[in-house]
Design a protein around this ligand. Structure first.
Ligand code: C2E
Ligand code: MG
Ligand code: MG
Ligand code: MG
Length: 277
């Protein structure tokens, strides 16, 4: 449009803009407000050992309760927070809130294995990320060896040497490291072998429809075999049925997480069912 009317001025809106980009802008400005007004809270989803159904961890998931629009899914706003850089603030807030909750649970004698926090790609790439994590652990008193960071394959695509170094530093602090949504990115086996990681999380898109879908069934089996060959723990996400859980157990998958076992929950409902020391 700016070209058409022969000037240098940039037109903010043009008719080719999709509703999505308008929504995008709305969410972006609403996100600023949400940070200011504390519209976020956290829920926690149990991870279980398939062999004995014991709780092995909790995954922290952010929720945005907008005063007018209701609950907005992180799948919708995290990518926008990444594009605008707000993810740094939001990510740090999630880590801090989760570690505080974890510390509270530990002090009350509750057992939950590892407390996992998702890390967005941009967050991981920031040069201060490791120092930030260290500071949150020091400030909250949450032990590093109870913390797990879930990192996606996309975090690992840039500057492999730096990624390996950063993961080593985090691992040396005692933090458990997992690759989230595994299978949806492009990490090669040789690269994966060099990474100081502990857990592979089979993406839920491969868990859907097993054992009926023969492709997904083959992929899930292959990831378990690959993970075990690399001496990693393998967990399946998005497990919704008894059949899926049985198939995963039969095929050697170590752990599982999903609605079949438990939905993500508020601390108030989760705490009473956590095992105590
Ligand atoms: P993710 O880390 O792969 O988390 C798993 C998602 O699957 C969560 O969606 C969870 O609620 C959902 N889920 C769990 N069990 C089942 C199931 O049995 N069936 C189905 N259909 N879904 C299941 P959620 O909470 O909407 O989060 C979506 C994504 O947003 C997460 O995917 C993660 O990538 C991102 N996210 C959530 N919280 C945070 C956060 O605090 N920081 C960052 N950076 N990303 C986050
Ligand atoms: Mg995750
Ligand atoms: Mg995942
Ligand atoms: Mg996923």
């Amino acid at each position: 449009i700016a070209k058409q009317n022969g000037r240098n001025n940039v037109t903010f809106y043009d008719s080719t803009m999709t509703l999505n980009s308008v929504e995008h802008l709305k969410i972006q400005s609403a996100l600023h407000e949400a940070i200011q007004e504390n519209q976020f809270h956290l829920v926690y989803q149990p991870k279980l050992s398939l062999l004995d159904s014991k709780l092995v961890g909790l995954e922290t998931l952010i929720r945005w309760q907008h005063p007018e629009h209701g609950v907005i899914s992180p799948a919708e706003f995290i990518p926008i927070a990444e594009k605008t850089g707000l993810i740094h603030q939001i990510g740090l807030m999630v880590l801090t809130m989760a570690c505080k909750q974890g510390k509270t649970w530990l002090e009350a004698g509750y057992q939950f294995g590892h407390l996992a926090v998702n890390v967005a790609s941009l967050q991981f790439q920031r040069s201060s990320f490791i120092d930030d994590v260290e500071k949150v652990l020091a400030d909250t008193g949450f032990p590093a060896n109870r913390l797990e960071l879930e990192i996606t394959e996309s975090c690992m695509m840039y500057e492999p040497e730096k990624v390996i170094n950063d993961l080593k530093r985090l691992g040396n602090m005692g933090i458990q490291l997992s690759v989230d949504d595994f299978g949806t990115g492009y990490s090669s086996l040789s690269y994966l072998k060099k990474l100081p990681i502990n857990v592979l999380k089979i993406d839920q898109s491969f868990v859907a429809d097993i054992p009926d879908d023969s492709n997904n069934t083959a992929i899930a089996k292959a990831i378990v075999a690959m993970g075990h060959a690399l001496k990693l723990t393998v967990i399946a996400e998005g497990v919704e049925t008894k059949e899926q859980a049985a198939f995963l157990l039969e095929n050697g998958c170590d752990q599982a997480q999903g609605y079949f076992f438990s939905k993500p929950q508020l601390p108030a409902t989760l705490t009473p069912i956590l095992p105590q020391m």
